[in-house]
Ligand binder design. Structure first.
Ligand code: SF4
Length: 478
């Protein structure tokens, strides 16, 4: 029996969330195919032969692509069993069911996917699986089956500070998160829980990716220090086996400050950079998001990493219902003052808060001032700032960032444009911007979104950076 696993888009990473269930299914005797639409075209032949198709919805952008794709699959093969799984599946279950998906799994979904495929193969009852399921089961992970996925060289690559490029391997040592930030898509599914992948499995996954050409390892956990002991054991063994191999991870500001000794140890273990969801330099906004850090904490964490020669890659959600025009200028000033222009991907300067279903922000006390209706096709709530000038500024900044990406402008040139647009609009004059000499920092070819994503145009633009034409492909088969 044939099962096809599809990933629409996962920020340029070779998806663990396909390779892990693929290993479970193949071990059980299924004929498995994996399609990663971010780097390869849609393979209709594979779908025609499939008995079950399972689509992973890791991100808002991927879920939107899946919403385009699924009706076309249903049209071609009406009786196919289709399931969706991942962070954006349970919160949008009604919509995906309306498109033809009968099964919706969230959280630790591998066991449910296997049960579904077994039931279809054996002709047994599917009724227990029809309800939307969110599993928090502690799974016995196995080595992900990555050989069914496109080569690592086709995914996001690392450009080091000295300009050399490295093929990157992508590993997950845990899923979920023990924190409850109010804008985060992990929270409606994991509700403060996280699950670890065993050290042996993580090491075996690293090993197989290094054998496949990886020269740098990127840990894709929502937060690498949810389990600091687990993280330490993994890095100790990884560095013992592969001394000198560089790596990066995502770690929240609060954890960076709490675990200074561990970060110091990581700096001696070839940690190249850390992505951290700073989100804002306005404490009122950080408070609304329940981020667990202040603007001052961000500065302390940045200085800590600098002292340890680890680069910080901050991510921001600069446009929220609570952003002020002065607060946006302050963000730009802080980026200049902290010499971060080259460390911030331009897309981060234009991101507007996403409000997926399940976001606790829609219960904010002041929601009547800004919250609109849920748009099932957009998979999110609309919102408008109470000061329309903030929304106008966001549109202008976004338009400029898209244009700068089209022109291949560097980060300094792009930032200078944002600086001019924002100051001209808010203050009517543009203060001089001291241009940096272009300090080079390590960069992934696909910008990393920690817990916010760009809107449609920017998403399409950023997908082009890894050469994906899958959006066109999906429309072409209609
Ligand atoms: S934003 Fe980061 S730290 Fe907060 S809940 Fe999400 S993954 Fe966890």
């Amino acid at each position: 029996m044939k099962v096809v696993l599809i990933s629409p888009y996962e920020i340029g990473r070779q998806p663990f969330a396909l390779a892990q269930p693929a290993a479970w299914l193949e071990r059980d005797g299924f004929d498995v195919d994996c399609i990663d639409l971010s780097v390869e075209p849609f393979q209709l032949d594979s779908i025609i032969q499939a008995d079950v198709v399972s689509v992973h919805l890791a991100m808002h952008a991927g879920a939107r692509l899946a919403a385009d794709l699924i009706p076309q699959i249903v049209h071609r093969k009406p009786n196919l069993t289709i399931c969706v799984y991942g962070l954006y599946a349970p919160v949008n279950d009604g919509y995906f069911r309306s498109l033809g998906c009968e099964f919706v799994f969230g959280g630790e979904a591998e066991s449910d996917i296997l049960s579904l495929c077994r039931a279809v193969r054996d002709g047994s009852s599917l009724s227990e699986l029809r309800e939307t399921r969110i599993s928090m089961e502690k799974l016995a992970f196995t080595r992900p089956l990555r050989s069914l996925l496109p080569e690592l060289s086709r995914y996001s690559r690392l450009t080091c500070a000295d300009g050399t490029e490295k093929t990157t391997g992508f590993v997950e040592a845990s899923r979920g998160c023990k924190h409850l930030c109010r804008h985060c898509p992990v929270v409606p599914v994991y509700s403060g829980a996280f699950r670890v992948v065993s050290t042996d499995v993580v090491l075996s996954d690293i090993r197989q990716q290094i054998e496949a050409g990886a020269e740098h390892i990127s840990f894709g956990d929502p937060d690498f220090l949810n389990g600091p002991g687990h993280a330490r054991r993994i890095i100790d063994r990884f560095q013992q086996e592969f001394p000198g191999m560089t790596w990066d991870a995502t770690i929240k500001i609060e954890h960076l400050l709490q675990h200074e000794n561990l970060i110091s140890r990581f700096s001696e273990q070839n940690c190249l950079f850390i992505t951290s969801a700073v989100e804002s330099v306005e404490d009122t906004v950080l408070d609304k998001l329940d981020k667990g850090h202040t603007a001052e904490d961000f500065r302390k964490a940045l200085l800590l990493l600098r002292r340890l020669a680890i680069s910080m890659q901050p991510t921001f959600v600069p446009f929220t219902p609570w952003t002020t025009l002065e607060g946006y200028l302050e963000l730009l000033r802080q980026i200049v003052k902290l010499e971060l222009i080259d460390g911030v991907a331009p897309v981060q300067l234009s991101i507007r808060l996403l409000l997926p279903r399940g976001s606790s922000l829609v219960d904010s006390e002041d929601r009547e001032e800004w919250l609109g209706l849920f748009d099932s096709k957009m998979l999110g709530y609309s919102w408008r700032h109470s000061n329309s000038r903030v929304d106008t500024l966001q549109s202008s900044v976004q338009e400029w960032v898209i244009s700068a990406m089209d022109q291949n402008l560097d980060r300094m040139e792009t930032f200078a444009g944002v600086w001019a647009i924002a100051h001209q609009y808010i203050e009517g004059k543009v203060p001089e911007l001291k241009r940096t000499s272009g300090t080079k920092v390590p960069q992934m070819s696909e910008p990393w979104y920690c817990c916010a994503e760009p809107t449609e145009n920017l998403r399409n633009q950023t997908m082009k950076t890894i050469g994906s034409d899958s959006t066109d492909e999906i429309h072409a088969i209609a």
